[in-house]
Design a binder for this molecule. Structure first.
Ligand SMILES: C[S@@+](CC[C@H](N)C(=O)[O-])C[C@H]1O[C@@H](n2cnc3c(N)ncnc32)[C@H](O)[C@@H]1O
Length: 188
């Protein structure tokens, strides 16, 4: 992958390419159209494991179809339920978690991630992260819930203990209001 600063999601993918190794267990917290899941399933290899969540059955089906087509489905466990249930479903340490917030591209914009459940889910993912493991969060300000979520997220991430986590905020300063942003949290 050549280095090209492009978008919040591109940064999240770049981070995952640096961190995730063959055999890792990782979480895709928002399956959507399955693009992030395919990327993660490729990185963890045959011996790794991807655990995915989405509240929309359509998103889960679309992701499963994409994984099947790519020959990656057997290393994935997909749940048609909210990522706020991560703590109930995952008990093993994870190397990474990917949160791509907002609504499903091409889908119903009324179904979007909400700060309260996002907060529960990211907290659970952070407590599962192994040392050196990383969580990326792409946030989409520019609409009411997206703004609320992004500001609450930023305030909360700034309170994480630096002895425990490093937190980085990527933001394209000249991209105008509403441009996606990427947060990267690494367990020390
Ligand atoms: C921006 S899309 C994700 C895009 C996806 N990662 C991809 O690569 O195509 C956001 C997704 O979050 C899902 N979502 C909303 N609330 C959720 C929740 N509480 N738990 C899990 N997924 C949720 C939506 O249904 C939507 O599919």
């Amino acid at each position: 992958m050549s280095y090209e600063l492009k978008s919040a999601r591109w940064i999240a993918h770049d981070v995952m390419h640096q961190v995730v190794r063959e055999g890792d267990t990782v979480i895709d917290a928002t399956l959507g159209n399955g693009h992030d899941t395919v990327m993660l399933a490729t990185l963890v290899g045959e011996t790794g494991h991807v655990i995915g969540f989405d509240i929309q059955p359509d998103a889960v089906e679309r992701t499963a179809a994409r994984l099947t087509e790519a020959g990656l489905i057997s290393r994935c466990q997909l749940y048609a339920e909210g990522h706020q249930h991560i703590a109930d479903r995952v008990s093993t340490p994870i190397r990474a978690a990917v949160f791509n917030l907002g609504w499903l591209p091409g889908g119903n914009k009324a179904i979007t991630t909400l700060w309260e459940t996002t907060h529960t889910a990211i907290s659970a993912a952070l407590s599962l992260l192994e040392k050196g493991g990383v969580c990326t969060v792409c946030a989409y300000p520019g609409h009411a819930e997206g703004d609320r979520e992004r500001f609450a997220l930023m305030d909360w991430l700034a309170t994480l203990r630096p002895q425990e986590f490093n937190v980085l905020h990527h933001r394209f300063l000249n991209a105008g209001p509403g441009a996606p942003e990427c947060f990267v949290i690494q367990k020390q």
